[in-house]
Ligand binder design. Structure first.
Ligand SMILES: [Ca+2]
Ligand SMILES: [Ca+2]
Length: 240
């Protein structure tokens, strides 16, 4: 039959193709044949011979895939792409940032184990999720005797004490409002500090860290409440 221009019916992934010819004199007459598909680079070529005439069609195999970043509280670098093309990949990723922490690489798993992901090679063919690994920055705290001499220095995770020189001649741990006794009003004062309604001096930061972990947060208010309720808890950093 005399055929008009064929219709090419590609598989989505370009791996196969059928070709439909329609009779130019009677469009109800069609013939569908399998084309031979070859690929070169990122182009697939379908070839078919029908009634002694050869026909070819091409399909691009370039596909864009998504990249998802799990930042765990960090801020991504603006240059990191949200997609990649499979014929190009991604040659490198920039480091995200998170305050007081050090970036430890991108990983393909939430536990950030194994080998860091530094690129996506050309030829990859799936959406990717990258997880940011973080290491908490640490700093040195110097504990001072009441005469000003150094008792000891200590490496602690970033927190309220960071970089501070702190006196150890303070006995009233929990006395966050510095009134000489440890009461529920100190819980309130810690909550005011956490709500940014009050500024704390270095001495207050030390006294307010009632669980002695180097930072002042809501767990210290809870710890102090438990102490006041006469649970068996001890206040403060046991230093001297
Ligand atoms: Ca007090
Ligand atoms: Ca604490």
């Amino acid at each position: 039959m005399a055929a008009n221009t064929p219709t090419w019916n590609w598989a989505a992934d370009g791996s196969s193709c059928t070709t439909t010819f329609t009779c130019s004199a009677n469009s109800s007459l069609t013939a569908t044949v399998n084309a031979d598909v070859t690929t070169s680079g990122y182009t697939a070529t379908a070839s078919v011979t029908f009634n002694g005439t050869s026909y070819t069609d091409t399909k691009s195999l370039v596909t864009n895939y998504n990249i998802t970043y799990v930042l765990n509280g960090g801020t991504n670098a603006s240059g990191n792409p949200s997609t990649y093309a499979n014929n190009v990949g991604v040659s490198s990723f920039a480091a995200p940032t998170r305050e007081h922490d050090t970036f430890g690489g991108w990983y393909d798993n939430a536990n950030c184990t194994g080998t860091p992901v530094t690129s996506i090679p050309a030829g990859s063919s799936s959406d990717k999720t990258l997880y940011a690994k973080w290491t908490i920055d640490s700093c040195t705290v110097t504990w001072k005797n009441s005469d000003g001499s150094t008792l000891k220095t200590e490496q602690v995770n970033y927190g309220a004490y960071c970089g501070k020189e702190l006196p150890v001649d303070v006995k009233l741990y929990g006395d966050a409002n510095l009134d000489g006794s440890v009461t529920i009003s100190d819980v309130t004062e810690i909550q005011r500090y956490l709500a940014e309604l009050a500024d704390f001096s270095d001495k207050q930061l030390l006294l307010a860290d009632t669980n002695g972990d180097g930072t002042v947060d809501i767990s210290d208010a809870t710890h102090l409440q438990r102490y006041l309720a006469e649970y068996d808890v001890v206040l403060g950093k046991q230093t001297a």
